[in-house]
Design a protein around this ligand. Structure first.
Ligand code: SF4
Length: 412
């Protein structure tokens, strides 16, 4: 089969995996002439597309879309009627180097169906990264998908070459994995995540203590995972609490939420329709609230509701449920309190804290602080502004703050 045809099949087969983004790694570049590639922002940019059109600047492919497993939600499952292809290790290396040189990509995201055995598959994936790093001195970004049951030594080797490693948890509930992916074992997935965490912790510790010798490199951009949203009936509360558990237990850099895409010849156990993409978006917003805004998973979604509202963002939804905590005097409130004001991002809060050290913040200062006034005014007190109690308590506040519907473009 021609290389281009393989690329067509294996890039298409990889598009359902959202778990890649070239953030958070160490900075490398090759302007000293001693290597190839770079992880600096803006270098070697090109485009790979997730099914919903998001742009990802990595060469994102599978080594093969043949697979021994039969995960019902996966287009590459053993029983799926799709064209199959397999790259050799050298072909992936060549494509990466060629694409990099043409400035199409800033790195490689490599995953694979499981063929022969988890160890054999992992060996092939690791060989690509080893060749890129050792033979071609490739310094660009490499994200490898880890095969959970593969030997520990192979996973350790993967970490020597990759910037990031990931293992997909796949479904928020263990029971759904048993139904939808009977050959996968969530305990094995978690065991591998645990091992990665230990290696990452050891490396971080060695960096602190070893003064002369450099500790062995291990996945400097950490580990991530992906959860499929909408393939089972787990609600948003369950999804967020699973994420909180993953962040806490394994120090993951990111949990990616991938809205389930109906696939051809799908099993009857799967829903016929994809969940609304905005659900995935709301989960990402909620995820940010947990990681950067000090929210606990179980306060983001109301216990008796289970789902995030789709029409407003989760922070605004929380504030509307807790109106008794507002209005907040932004000249006196703590950082933690300010982070809970709808419309204040982490940078805005930083600016507010810095500004109020030297002056009292007034209404006119909000523009300079880059604040969307309509959104925050019902929730804050300034030296020259106090919202009407009827505004904050009124039933119409939600409708007033809800984003206005927009006419979609016609695409021409
Ligand atoms: S292991 Fe499951 S999810 Fe991964 S490629 Fe095979 S069938 Fe798809």
């Amino acid at each position: 089969m021609e290389l281009l045809r393989k690329l067509e099949i294996l890039a298409d087969a990889a598009k359902y995996d959202a778990s890649c983004a070239s953030s958070g790694t160490e900075m490398r570049d090759s302007r000293d002439g001693k290597g190839l590639g770079s992880t600096s922002p803006g270098m070697g940019i090109c485009h790979s597309y997730a099914p919903d059109g998001r742009c990802i600047s990595l060469l994102k492919i599978l080594l093969t879309n043949a697979c021994n497993f039969d995960c019902l939600y996966c287009v590459n499952r053993a029983s799926s009627n799709v064209a199959r292809a397999r790259f050799t290790v050298d072909e992936v290396v060549k494509l990466t180097i060629d694409f990099y040189r043409r400035n199409y990509i800033e790195g490689l995201f490599l995953s694979s169906g499981i063929i022969r055995s988890p160890d054999y598959t992992m060996e092939q994936v690791v060989s690509v990264a080893r060749k890129l790093r050792e033979e071609h001195r490739f310094r660009g970004y490499i994200h490898l998908k880890t095969i959970p049951e593969a030997d520990e030594a192979l996973i350790a080797e993967a970490g020597r070459y990759a910037d990031r490693l990931s293992i997909n948890i796949e479904t928020p509930l263990e029971a759904s994995l048993t139904t939808l992916a009977p050959e996968k074992d969530q305990r094995a997935i978690r065991r591998t995540m645990g091992r990665l965490r230990l290696k990452l912790d050891e490396t971080a510790e060695a960096k602190k203590t070893v003064r002369r010798a450099r500790p062995p490199r291990f996945a400097p951009a950490g580990q991530s995972t992906q959860m499929i949203v909408g393939a089972d009936d787990a609600n948003d509360r369950v999804i967020l609490s699973t994420s909180a558990n993953l962040y806490g237990a394994y120090k993951l850099k990111r949990v990616y939420y991938s809205a389930f895409s109906p696939i051809p010849d799908a099993s009857r156990a799967l829903p016929l329709q994809a969940p609304p993409l905005v659900r995935e978006h709301r989960l990402y917003q909620a995820d940010w609230l947990m990681r950067f805004y000090g929210f606990d998973a179980d306060e983001i979604v109301e216990e008796n509701e289970g789902m995030l509202p789709l029409d407003i963002d989760p922070k605004l939804a929380w504030a509307l449920r807790h109106r008794d905590r507002f209005p907040l005097d932004i000249n006196k409130a703590s950082r933690e309190e300010l982070l809970r004001v709808p419309g204040f991002g982490t940078r805005t809060v930083q600016r507010i804290l810095a500004t109020r050290r030297t002056t009292t913040i007034r209404f006119a200062d909000l523009a300079r602080l880059n604040v969307i006034r309509n959104k925050v005014l019902p929730f804050i007190v300034l030296s020259d502004h106090r919202p009407q109690p009827s505004l904050l308590d009124g039933a119409s506040l939600r409708a007033r703050l809800r984003p206005k519907p927009q006419q979609l473009g016609f695409g021409f």
